[in-house]
Design a protein around this ligand. Structure first.
Ligand SMILES: Cc1ncc(COP(=O)(O)O)c(C=O)c1O
Length: 369
């Protein structure tokens, strides 16, 4: 028997109902409706942020963050070489230069210790921002990066921390919500994400000055990067069920951690959460021994109907004309070649189906080892 992931995007009746109500009221064809306002308030509460700007995608949210931070030609932005590749492209899009740094030895985000160790190779006067992402259920070390950014900030020149929370709506790190530790946070409502409107995103901040800059950038006076009323309406019922869905996904991850991963001996589990983190699992990740083995795993996963794909490629191979590389990017390059991810549609299952998922993973492991 093959494994059946949950259907995603969800086909819940309340989503259909929300869309129907907009058709009936005519709000689907208006610039604005109460749905956007409700969504803004709920995202503000979820991320512990004062201000929320809805926009067209997580990618555009990152670009808006960079522009609001005043990043432009002549500036540099620190970003992990192993990250969503669109973040590198967003830095280029605003005319700045990505400064690629390596990932923590056993984590998935920027290694603050390496940033400190390479102080002399980093040009603090040029670095205007840091983009850091929470990836595959692992919380990025945002507190230590917060301190690092504050130390780089001099007089009028601020080093802005941009927290990419696109994968993790609802994640908390200690008492803080993901997205609220950075000066600016980015959220995605893309088609694969735990909250989906097909496309969509949001920028969150509690900084009044940055908030004003976002308004100045986007209000013309129409919203130049809008999230439609229809998209907002379909997201509200999903927000109402986000904690339940996160609980289901987390229970499946707990099962994998206690019952399955030890048996997948040569795969390294990458999605272990720290105890102070309440994770949102968009995808969970493993690392295998080689690029060839990963290709075999991704190909064979289709036979078991396991939604498994390659993780991000590393940007460490990008030309020196496009970026600066002040340190070795060994771990990023290694992850880019050998990490693979299981989609959250496979995690969103009831407890009765855990064994089914575990068996499919074990069979996949056996036939690709
Ligand atoms: C970490 C991260 N940042 C940004 C994005 C971009 O979001 P979107 O697809 O909404 O543009 C993604 C999408 O997968 C992501 O994983």
């Amino acid at each position: 028997m093959t494994f059946q992931p949950e259907i995603w995007p969800p086909q819940w009746p309340e989503i259909r109902q929300a869309a129907m109500e907009l058709f009936e009221s005519g709000d689907w064809g208006r610039y604005k409706s109460l749905c956007q306002e409700k969504l803004r308030l709920q995202i503000a509460a979820l991320t512990g942020s004062e201000f929320v700007r809805l926009c067209g995608s997580g990618s555009s949210a990152i670009e808006i963050c960079l522009r609001a931070a005043g990043v432009g030609p002549g500036d540099e932005v620190v970003v992990a070489a192993f990250d969503y590749p669109g973040n590198f492209r967003a830095i280029e899009a605003v005319g700045a230069v990505p400064v690629l740094v390596d990932v923590e030895p056993s984590g998935l985000s920027i290694d603050t210790a390496k940033l400190l160790a390479h102080r002399d190779e980093l040009d603090a006067a040029k670095i205007k921002a840091v983009i850091v992402s929470h990836l595959f259920g692992r919380a990025a070390p945002v507190e230590s990066l917060r301190r690092w950014c504050d130390e780089q900030s001099r007089d009028e020149r601020k080093c802005t921390l941009i927290e990419d929370a696109c994968q993790v709506p609802g994640m908390t790190i200690g008492a803080k919500a993901a997205g609220s530790v950075g000066d600016l946070g980015a959220i995605s409502f893309g088609g694969s994400k735990p909250l989906t409107a097909g496309n969509g995103g949001a920028v969150v901040t509690s900084d009044r000055r940055l908030w004003a800059r976002i308004g100045a950038l986007l209000d013309r006076p129409s919203d130049s990067q809008p999230l439609s009323t229809l998209q907002a309406a379909t997201l509200l019922p999903q927000l109402a069920r986000l904690s339940d869905c996160n609980r289901l996904r987390n229970a499946t991850v707990q099962f994998l951690q206690t019952e399955v991963i030890a048996g997948l001996s040569s795969w390294t589990w990458l999605s272990q959460s720290d105890s102070h983190v309440s994770a949102t699992h968009y995808k969970v990740a493993w690392q295998c021994g080689s690029l060839e083995q990963r290709d075999r795993i991704v190909a064979a996963a289709r036979d078991f109907r396991l939604p498994i794909g390659a993780a991000f490629r590393s940007m460490g191979k990008s030309s020196e004309r496009r970026c600066r590389k002040p340190m070795s990017l060994e771990r990023s390059n290694d992850l880019g070649a050998t990490a693979f991810v299981l989609d959250h549609s496979a995690l969103l299952i009831d407890q009765e189906r855990h064994a089914e998922l575990g068996d499919a993973l074990k069979k996949l492991f056996e036939c690709t080892s």
